[in-house]
Design a protein around this ligand. Structure first.
Ligand SMILES: Cc1cc2nc3c(=O)[nH]c(=O)nc-3n(C[C@H](O)[C@H](O)[C@H](O)COP(=O)(O)OP(=O)(O)OC[C@H]3O[C@@H](n4cnc5c(N)ncnc54)[C@H](O)[C@@H]3O)c2cc1C
Length: 383
């Protein structure tokens, strides 16, 4: 076994860490307060190569492995959840379905601009009545001549209503199977398609500088060739995409937890009460020790899941484990970090307050913690 990162991964980690500290950290609090998606940091993240990290170079990507992508996401999450969300959704949810299931023509058409950061792409799975029960999609697509006619809506879709959002991969009912169950297919719908409208969602508790949208399709006519992969394989494609996405949510949990720990350690060494730093009270020192231990354990689990993926081995259960473990890790670390900051931790002036809010999505998005337990329980045969 080799626990060392390779040289490319080390270089990537260092450069993303430096970038996140100098370009994102100083603006993250203000963007969160103003609920503003930053095109400026988006451009800078793209220039650094943070979109299309695992996409082959011939489509404009970096051609790196999945662990590299996870490390980059982790480093951004260490300073801000919203920016990490833009990257994670951009790569795992926007780019991945086209990269893995698209035709050569679709890849040539969309991947270069998604990898350069010129455009973003949404992943339209969730609907008002189809959340955890994602296969209960009621958005329909009916073939009429050479076009799909799409009707329905999606909710909570990341990166889908920015000025540079070029489209969405939408899961649609395209018919009924022989066994009576719905036939589900993915269709690529470009933003400027007549009948397609988006509405940004505001007043989120968390990820306030990330873009989240409702999508509406009203007799939206899309070319027949915008079907992604074989007809009827949409749900399978979405679930495979979500397996990779869960690793990036894991990276956000791990990076966020590391950020909380870093802030908590620094603050507890500086803050004095009863004539000594609060870190010197055993109860607090043990809290910090527990955080360090849990972070190290979760990192091993997440990186192992990435290693399985990079070596083309099944990783679905490990992705669910890593997502569950890292999101609950950040929950605990954010809670401890705010506690160690005392009253100051409740003030927006301190980044730890934002981390405390941002953490919550990780236990809900891309399958809630309950859903991850269901996935794991099925894999081990308990359900
Ligand atoms: C900021 C944000 C960004 C998002 N980005 C995207 C995106 O880009 N694309 C996308 O498609 N979706 C996105 N989502 C949607 C997200 O994936 C869903 O919110 C999530 O899957 C949960 O669905 P729901 O909100 O409908 O909750 P529900 O499914 O209604 O769940 C409510 C509660 O019931 C529990 N529950 C449900 N079923 C079971 C069960 N069988 N057993 C036990 N408990 C159960 C859940 O665990 C949860 O606690 C985003 C959400 C948010 C908030």
């Amino acid at each position: 076994m080799d626990f060392n990162l390779n040289m490319d991964q080390e270089i990537l980690r260092d450069s993303v860490r430096k970038f996140a500290e100098s370009e994102i950290k100083p603006v993250a609090g203000e963007l969160d307060k103003k609920e503003e998606f930053s095109y400026d940091t988006m451009r800078k993240m793209a220039e650094l190569g943070l979109f299309g990290i695992v996409v082959p170079e011939k489509y404009g990507g970096q051609g790196m492995d999945y662990l590299s992508y996870i490390i980059a996401t982790e480093e951004v999450a260490r300073v801000d959840g919203s920016h990490a969300a833009t990257i994670a959704a951009g790569n795992s949810l926007g780019i991945a379905p086209i990269q893995y299931f698209g035709t050569e023509e679709q890849k040539q058409k969309y991947l270069p601009k998604l990898c350069s950061g010129e455009a973003l792409w949404g992943f339209g799975l969730t609907e008002p009545n189809a959340g955890s029960d994602a296969s209960n999609s009621s958005t329909t697509a009916v073939l009429d001549g050479n076009e799909w006619v799409v009707n329905g809506s999606k909710i909570f879709i990341t990166n889908a209503s920015t000025k540079i959002s070029a489209g969405v991969t939408a899961l649609c009912r395209t018919g009924t199977r022989d066994d009576g169950r719905p036939e589900l297919s993915c269709i690529l719908i470009e933003t400027d398609t007549p009948g397609y409208t988006t509405k940004s969602m505001h007043d989120k508790m968390m990820w306030r500088a990330s873009n989240t949208s409702e999508l509406y399709f009203e007799d939206c006519r899309v070319p027949k060739e915008n079907l992604l992969g074989p007809r009827g394989s949409g749900f399978h494609q979405m679930m495979q995409t979500v397996d990779g996405g869960r690793l990036s949510i894991g990276a956000m949990g791990l990076g966020g937890a590391q950020g909380c720990y870093d802030m908590a350690l620094k603050y507890s060494e500086e803050r004095e009460q009863f004539g000594r730093p609060i870190s010197k009270f055993q109860v607090n020192a043990f809290k910090l020790a527990d955080m360090a231990l849990a972070i190290e354990s979760a990192r091993l689990l997440l990186y192992k899941a990435c290693w399985l993926r990079d070596n083309n081995m099944p990783f679905s259960m490990e992705a669910a484990m890593a997502k569950l473990s890292c999101s609950e890790l950040m929950h605990d670390c954010a809670n401890h970090a705010v506690q160690l900051h005392g009253g100051y931790g409740l003030m927006k002036e301190y980044d730890v307050e934002r981390f405390y809010r941002d953490q919550k999505l990780l236990e809900i998005g891309e399958g809630t913690s309950e859903v991850q337990r269901i996935v794991i329980a099925r894999h081990i045969g308990a359900l």
